[in-house]
Design a protein around this ligand. Structure first.
Ligand code: GLY
Length: 371
């Protein structure tokens, strides 16, 4: 299980590898040094990740006499703001950051999204490497070059596609991750099975306890399968003109849930909202006559068995607000709502111009069932 896996993201001149290995954190120098020209290293990290794993990262770097500095950001979604974007940019520039330097994004999805955006614009673009430390960021946000901060109008509305030069994934860092965060990440794993790999969904269904339970071969297999699938989709559609939108299965409903609690991650983690959003997408697909009842039920049972909420809770959700959030989704065009729905397990598709009246009735019944 300690072999090094290399997963390629084929994007012409922006191609890169995702390297997965237990303990790769002890040996980062070998993998980052090829990308360090004559410049300095800037490590952007969130306080949690740095406290837990910073020493390991630094021990490999320090022994190589390279100039480096560390910019710490607060853990949590509030760091994806204009204010922290400005702070990080100013800190970088105050150290004399140059275009030949290398930025390391070391932390969870917030760190990766913010650091990638900073890397993409400072000095009109500096190379960066992602070293994600949560399951969600390892299998989803660190792969594919989406970077962003949040705006008043919504999450992830300000950013750019800026691909990393490499992604280093150490499954061992997940040993310090709370179970709740592991589960939030697992949502982005089993989602892949539902999108285009029914066999992998079967695997997740049979092995979820092992994947969530410990650092096992099942977990490693699940991580690598999800990354390979995402790398393959990104290589076909880097800027989400088509097939990449499938990765948003459950996300439009999820954003409506998250917005309903003001993106309070203590109440609904993103991955938890995605799981519940996938149940909604499956049930709405069934209501529209697109997905058979048995498959919709199987998806709901699986998600419930894993331990996720499959229904809205008593946080005052209402259908009109949810619909309003869904109208502002980035996948929409021309005022229509586009949803990712299911024809089968392993067969997601983009459903353009979803019927608003039916969606409203569906949301009303979901809100009425809230417990
Ligand atoms: N998280 C979905 C994507 O990267 O496209």
């Amino acid at each position: 299980m300690n072999n090094l896996s290399k997963i390629a993201v084929g994007l012409d001149t922006r191609s890169y590898e995702i390297l997965v290995q237990n303990g790769i954190l002890n040996n980062v120098w070998e993998f980052i040094s090829p990308f360090l020209k004559n410049g300095k290293l800037h490590i952007i990290s969130d306080t949690n990740a740095f406290k837990l794993h910073g020493e390991k990262l630094l021990s490999s770097i320090k022994s190589n006499n390279v100039k480096y500095n560390i910019i710490e950001i607060e853990s949590g979604e509030k760091s994806k703001s204009f204010a922290s974007f400005e702070n990080v940019i100013e800190s970088l520039l105050s150290t004399g950051a140059e275009r030949g330097d290398l930025i390391i994004a070391f932390g969870g999805g917030v760190t990766g999204d913010l650091s990638g955006f900073v890397a993409g614009v400072v000095n009109r673009g500096i190379d960066f490497i992602q070293i994600p430390t949560t399951l969600l960021s390892q299998v989803d946000s660190s792969v594919g070059g989406k970077t962003a901060i949040n705006a008043k109008a919504g999450k992830n509305l300000v950013g750019l596609f800026w691909q990393p030069r490499a992604v280093l994934i150490d499954p061992l860092v997940l040993e310090t991750l709370p179970k709740r965060d592991l589960m939030a990440g697992f949502a982005e794993i089993f989602k892949i099975g539902l999108i285009n790999d029914a066999q992998f969904f079967d695997y997740c269904d049979k092995n979820y306890a092992k994947i969530l339970g410990e650092n096992s071969t099942s977990r490693r297999f699940a991580i690598e399968t999800a990354i390979k699938a995402k790398a393959n989709i990104v290589a076909q559609d880097e800027r989400e003109g088509g097939i990449r939108a499938l990765l948003n299965l459950g996300h439009t409903f999820a954003h409506a849930i998250e917005a309903g609690v003001n993106y309070n991650e203590q109440i609904w983690r993103h991955g938890e909202a995605v799981s519940c959003g996938i149940v909604m997408a499956a049930n709405f697909s069934h209501q529209l006559g697109l997905l058979d009842e048995k498959s919709a039920k199987r998806i709901e049972n699986f998600i419930q068995n894993c331990g996720y909420r499959t229904k809205l809770d008593d946080n005052g959700f209402n259908a009109n607000d949810m619909l309003e959030t869904m109208r502002h989704d980035k996948k929409n065009s021309g005022g229509q709502i586009n949803l990712i729905l299911l024809k089968n397990i392993g067969q997601a598709f983009i459903y353009k111009n979803a019927p608003i009246d039916k969606l409203k009735i569906f949301l009303e019944s979901e809100c009425a069932k809230a417990a």
